[in-house]
Every structure is written in C-alpha cells, then in structure tokens.
Write a new protein. Structure first.
Length: 202
C-alpha cells in the first residue's frame, strides 16, 4: 500500500475527488492543507529517527521522512501563512516570516518522496515568465521580441522601436485593487509611447 500525500487547500474539489478514488483503491491518502499550518501541530525529527508528524482537527499523519512507498503530489501550496491576529505588528511580521520558512522546510522534506507529481522546485521555476519564454523559444515556438525590465529608459526604447507591430505589457501575476464599489485588475494591455506614465510609475 502506497501513501499519497496531497498538498492542497480546502476548496480544492479535484484533490478531494482524487483522494476518495485512491482510498477506494485501497491506498492510504492524506490531504495536507498547507494554508492551515497555523492551526496544525507539525513536528519534524531529524536525529537517529527521521520522521514527520502533522496533526490538526482534519489530519493525523505520521511517516518516515523518506518512505519508499510514499508519493508526494504538489497540488497547491500557499506561500503566505497566517498567525495569531492578536500579536503586535512587529511580532506578527516575525511570526509570519518564521511560519513561511517553516512551511518551506516541510515542503522540502515532503518533496524527497521517491515518487513526486508536479515536483515542487520544478513547478516553482516553471511559474517564472522569463523562464517560460526561454523554454518556449527553445521548443521552436514563435515568440515575439520580449524584454523583462524595471528600467524606464529601456521600456520607452522598446515601445518606440516596436510600436509599428504593437507592444503588449503583461504583469508577472494579476493584481486586484479593491475600491468601495469597484475592483480593478491589471491585465495584459496594448501599450503606446504616448500612453506611458512617468518614469517613477514605470
């Protein structure tokens, strides 16, 4: 019997369905909610015994860190971990930083599983836009001229030299600004030289 550890978040119905299917096939399956780390008790032993134990209201999982029958599925892992809201601002910042680093340590150990689905480090690298463009080019895909920069001068030069064919500005990740009655999202957009803002905003 294999042990499947699925790193996910609570609303992930796909992971829940897969977990039920694996259990019906007789496999051991644990869904670990990385977003709930603050509500979990996690203990990693790295002495003569090398093991991990995660427990909360929804999970009770214990295993050797390198279990030859384990399968780790990096379905979805959050990068930010909440902490006690009653902490003062300075302590809260430190606690959130420590929790985020603790989460990275847990994932690094789970990712040692002999069998991995969506390897954590490969998946993290693949999220980078510049890396995606480079791989696409190497695979022979037609990719337009692209720059990734924080230099206002290079942005203006690039827009001016490519305005005839058109220039698209794209964020690394969509951001939402919330107002009282409306929400604003920065999506990909056509850019022209006369529409560029000041260097400070660029």
């Amino acid at each position: 019997m294999k042990t499947f550890i699925i790193a996910t978040v609570a609303p992930d119905l796909h992971a829940a369905i897969v977990a039920v299917a694996l259990q019906e096939l007789g496999e051991r399956c644990v869904r670990w909610m990385s977003s709930d780390l603050a509500a979990q008790h996690v203990c990693v032993e790295l002495g003569a015994k090398q093991s991990m134990h995660i427990s909360s209201a929804d999970i009770n999982f214990a295993s050797d860190i390198i279990d030859q029958d384990s399968v780790f599925w990096n379905r979805r892992i959050v990068s930010q971990v909440s902490c006690d809201p009653d902490l003062c601002a300075a302590d809260k910042a430190v606690a959130e930083s420590e929790n985020a680093l603790f989460l990275k340590n847990i994932v690094a150990l789970l990712n040692l599983a002999p069998r991995r689905i969506n390897d954590f480090y490969s998946a993290s690298r693949a999220e980078n836009k510049a890396f995606q463009i480079l791989v696409a080019r190497r695979c022979g895909l037609a990719v337009p001229s692209t720059i990734v920069t924080n230099s206002p001068q290079r942005i203006r030069e690039f827009v001016k030299s490519n305005e005839r064919v058109g220039v698209v500005a794209k964020p690394f990740f969509p951001t939402v600004w919330k107002a009282q009655t409306q929400h604003y999202v920065n999506r990909s957009a056509l850019v022209k030289e006369d529409l560029l803002p000041s260097d400070k905003l660029l």
